[in-house]
Design a protein around this ligand. Structure first.
Ligand code: PRX
Length: 672
């Protein structure tokens, strides 16, 4: 928990002295203003209440702002009632914004679709009626396993419309991962597609659903609860037209169900604390956590942050967040924040380099994108491809650039601003998590003088601190642990089905404070720099992965006796998964005594892909004879990280057998 040895050298980061104050012109038109900080610090609750009243439409206005009596489970605006889909769609139509474009969809093969808010209202109403006809009711769970196509947004909103709770599972996750998520939430409906386009090919999705829902006889073994699947129906969107297996009575085509349904439906008002969605994320154990969010507070903070951090002008901006709806960024900054604010946004199905490496910049040019929100790993990849590529496109429409998901190194930040933003656009580095629901720490464009590489300050209404082991705030110039010291509207309300785990994971390390799991430092100005995770969570290309989950996947292979996984620094993906495995005796002759057995590595990589998904596939698998362990049997990942990052191995005095690291190092050098 307190192993910070892998964090980047702080002193390098803190010598950063470049500053980019807002221009007078930008400041004059900005949605954010400096007084928001003083207002919120003088009266945080009235600040949030005002945002909730101004930004949302309530069926029943709330009178109570925050109830913290059952801490650490907050209740925000609890006696109010509202509907998330009404806020994201219907009210725009009712208030005369129906003809405004909501979604500009660009498929990977180049097909396009434009949906106005009025189109979205009809489509979502049909989907809601279709779901009702399939027996889905308020409070039921619906798993969504779709590519980045408009139906993903429609499906989420249709759930919200009838008070059903969606659980979006990223399309890159495997059948096994999907199955455990469906099972944990006891979902009654799955919404999927035949497939989607990725890297120039139609890539199937439906077979994974069939496999996940198969009975006890299938390859995945019996369901966790030994019972029948909770799923009654599967709604299947036709995207690629590829062949699919069909289970009569269970499977229903999306287009047929929607055609048969009315396009009239009244959103169901729910209590502000009604769960809106569950989203599974990796923790420090093998079992992903079902983070759940509720309605009123979540929508308030996503709308507020989307408006101020990106300076959104809904009438004129074209906004594009490159995240998939399978992640929290896609929930808060594709589906909910932007649509609640009445934004016009691009959604793109595919990869940045299909059919060519200029695809993103071509999209920016084509749609005149003015606000772009992406991850450092994508920026670093574009840096690698060369600045001549973006230079071929007209990017002059861009006026705000955002970054999220992992620490952005100052060089990538500068490149983003200079090459993509023409040295003119503000860059906002936004820190937050699946658990926080919305942006927490970020500069405000038009207000903050930005610093390359720093997320800088908590937003108005947010209380964050960097503390030492004893929970005391560190002085400027020092590092420690990032904590949140007051409840915030979009905070998670718990872990689905396991509230004790919620308390243990986030609230037990520091009394009365939410521990984020990140290391951070305050510079001489008191600005916050995020330094990466301090627990067994890795961050690969901005995606959160658990070392334990990958280790469990590896040891579930019959060849593997033991496995240890570490996140090694990687110039493009931030971190990369490196696995050390000990083979069972009967398989040892498949590799040299110690070394990287290519076929073993390939087989294990494929196994992790099946168990979790391609994103969790180790970059490197090293077969070793021993793992470094303390006398109490704890694997010393710090030492393995040294090996993976080609550093001199650190202090080995606490190892039970101090010669183990020599064996590993010798084995590796002789095998390469
Ligand atoms: O380590 C932090 C990192 O991503 C983690 C949260 O991951 P996830 O829940 O998947 O959400 C990602 C998108 C919000 C954090 O604990 N992280 C996120 N944003 C930043 C970041 N690290 C540094 N700088 C950021 N801006």
């Amino acid at each position: 928990m307190t192993d910070t040895s892998h964090q980047p050298a702080l002193d390098n980061l803190l010598s950063e002295d470049r500053r980019f104050p807002p221009t007078a012109e930008f400041g004059a038109q900005a949605n954010a203003h400096a007084e928001m900080y003083s207002w919120a610090s003088a009266d945080r609750l009235s600040f949030w209440a005002e945002q909730a009243r101004n930004l949302l439409t309530w069926d029943t206005p709330f009178t109570e702002v925050l109830d913290w009596s059952a801490a650490p489970v907050a209740r925000w605006f609890a006696d109010g009632r509202l509907n998330a889909c009404e806020n994201a769609v219907d009210r725009h139509v009712r208030e005369g914004r129906g003809e405004r474009v909501a979604l500009l969809f660009e498929g990977e093969p180049g097909d396009t679709r434009t949906l106005t808010y009025a189109d979205l209202q009809r489509e979502v109403s049909r989907a809601a009626n279709a779901m009702l006809a399939l027996g889905v009711g308020t409070g039921d769970r619906v798993a969504i396993y779709l590519p980045m196509i408009p139906e993903a947004v429609v499906a989420m909103l249709a759930c919200a419309r009838i008070g059903a709770i969606h659980s979006v599972v990223f399309g890159g996750f495997s059948a096994e991962a999907l199955r455990s998520r469906i099972d944990d939430a006891q979902a009654s409906l799955v919404i999927t597609a035949d497939g989607g386009y990725r890297k120039g090919k139609a890539s199937a999705l439906k077979p994974a659903v069939d496999e996940a829902l198969g009975g006890a006889a299938d390859a995945l073994g019996p369901l966790d609860h030994g019972a029948q699947s909770s799923v009654h129906h599967v709604l299947v969107v036709r995207r690629t037209g590829q062949e699919v297996e069909w289970t009569d009575g269970r499977d229903v085509w999306w287009h047929e169900a929607l055609e048969a349904a009315s396009d009239q439906h009244t959103p169901v008002p729910v209590e502000a604390e009604h769960p809106l969605f569950i989203l599974y994320t990796s923790g420090t154990t093998g079992k992903p956590k079902g983070i759940f969010h509720t309605t009123g507070g979540y929508l308030t903070q996503t709308a507020f942050t989307h408006l101020t951090v990106f300076d959104l002008k809904p009438e004129t901006d074209v906004y594009w967040c490159t995240a998939d709806v399978g992640w929290i960024t896609g929930h808060s900054y594709v589906t909910y924040g932007p649509l609640v604010n009445g934004a016009t946004q691009v959604i793109y199905e595919g990869t940045p380099d299909t059919p060519h490496q200029g695809r993103w910049w071509e999209i920016v040019q084509k749609y005149r994108v003015s606000i772009l929100y992406t991850a450092p790993t994508a920026i670093r990849t574009c840096m690698k491809w060369g600045e001549e590529l973006p230079a071929q496109y007209d990017l002059s429409s861009l006026r705000v650039l955002g970054s999220v998901g992992e620490p952005i190194n100052p060089e990538a930040w500068m490149w983003y601003r200079r090459v993509i933003g023409d040295d003119r656009t503000p860059v906002v580095d936004t820190w937050w998590q699946t658990e926080t629901g919305a942006i927490m720490i970020s500069p405000l464009p038009g207000v903050t003088a930005t610093k390359p590489g720093s997320a800088q300050a908590p937003l108005p209404g947010i209380s964050a601190e960097v503390v030492d082991e004893m929970a005391q705030p560190v002085p400027n110039g020092s590092g420690g642990y990032l904590v949140l010291t007051e409840p915030w509207p979009s905070m998670l309300r718990g872990i689905w089905g396991d509230q004790q785990r919620y308390v243990d994971t986030y609230w037990s390390r520091f009394d009365g404070m939410y521990f984020a799991g990140d290391g951070a430092k305050k510079d001489e100005d008191g600005d916050i720099w995020l330094l990466g995770r301090v627990d067994d969570v890795m961050n690969v290309s901005g995606h959160r992965l658990s070392t334990t989950e990958i280790e469990s996947a590896l040891v579930s292979h019959p060849m593997v006796a033991e496995a240890a996984v570490v996140g090694a620094q990687d110039a493009t993906t931030g971190q990369a998964v490196v696995a050390f495995v000990i083979l069972r005796a009967e398989y040892r002759d498949r590799v040299d005594e110690v070394g990287e057995g290519a076929d073993v590595a390939a087989e294990l990589r494929a196994h992790v892909t099946t168990q979790i998904g391609p994103i969790a596939k180790p970059r490197t698998i090293l077969v070793v004879a021993e793992l470094p362990k303390t006398r109490s049997g704890k694997i010393m990942r710090r030492l393995l990280r040294d090996v993976a990052e080609h550093r001199t191995v650190g202090d080995v005095t606490t190892l039970a057998d101090s010669s183990v690291m020599d064996q590993i190092a010798t084995g590796l050098s002789s095998s390469t």
